[in-house]
Every structure is written in structure tokens, then in C-alpha cells.
Design a protein around this ligand. Structure first.
Ligand SMILES: Cc1cc2nc3c(=O)[nH]c(=O)nc-3n(C[C@H](O)[C@H](O)[C@H](O)COP(=O)(O)O)c2cc1C
Length: 106
């Protein structure tokens, strides 16, 4: 089974062109059959920007991390695992100030 990961990042809700376009692509791929679709909405569940807890925690051994460092590192691991588990990643983002949206960059 192919795993599709759809990531949306626009704060414009139903008005968003990138969310609509990316969702149509993901649903089109799913319609080809034998696929699962996971949706990560980066506006509904925004990931935090990188903090010192993450930078220090990722370099520390797991048993020496603080609780905050553990939370930051585990969230990053969860997001990276989700990416790695996907066979197809569909990214929805507007062009904002000559780059991807800040939600997607985070
Ligand atoms: C603050 C802001 C900055 C933008 N910067 C750019 C840009 O640098 N280049 C561009 O082509 N469009 C730019 N746009 C237009 C957006 O890419 C466009 O509105 C797009 O539809 C936004 O994505 P969404 O519809 O998924 O929200 C910008 C829009 C906003 C609100």
C-alpha cells in the first residue's frame, strides 16, 4: 500500500488556493487505489519554531535531557518519522515573501 502524506500550511482556510490544489492532487492519487492518506494541517496544529531546547536536546544523550528538551526532540522525531514513512508527499504552500509559508518552514 502506498502512503500519501498531505501537508497544508495556509492560514486562509477555505479561501486557500494551495490547500485546494494540494488536496485535489492528494485525492486524485488516492483514487488510483491501494493508498492511505494522512493529512497534516500545519495551521490547525502548528509546529513550534526551533528552540534552544531542541538544539541542545538533540545533541544530548536521551537520559540527560530536560523534560522540555525531550518534548522538543520527540516532536521533531515524530514529524520526521511521518515524512520518512510516506511514499508520496504532497506539499501545499503559497509563495510568501519569496519563499514557502512560515508554517511550512517551521
Ligand atoms: C504576506 C504575503 C506575501 C506574499 N508574497 C508573495 C511572493 O513573494 N510571491 C508571490 O508570487 N506571491 C506572494 N503572495 C501571494 C500568495 O502566494 C497567494 O496569495 C497565494 O494564493 C497564497 O496561498 P494560499 O491561497 O494557499 O493561502 C503573498 C501573499 C501574502 C499575503
Amino acid at each position: 500500500m502506498r502512503k500519501i502524506l498531505l501537508i497544508t500550511s495556509s492560514p486562509r482556510g477555505t479561501e486557500s488556493l494551495s490547500t485546494r490544489f494540494a488536496t485535489e492532487i492528494a485525492h486524485g492519487l488516492r483514487a488510483q487505489g491501494d493508498t492511505s492518506l494522512t493529512v497534516r494541517d500545519l495551521v490547525a496544529n502548528p509546529p513550534p519554531h526551533i528552540t534552544e531546547d531542541y538544539i541542545v536536546g538533540r545533541a544530548a544523550s536521551p537520559d540527560s535531557r530536560t523534560t522540555q528538551q525531550n518534548v522538543a526532540v520527540e516532536l521533531a522525531r515524530e514529524l520526521v518519522d511521518e515524512l520518512c514513512a510516506a511514499d508520496i508527499i504532497v506539499l501545499g504552500s503559497g509563495m510568501i515573501n519569496f519563499g514557502p509559508s512560515s508554517q511550512l518552514k517551521a
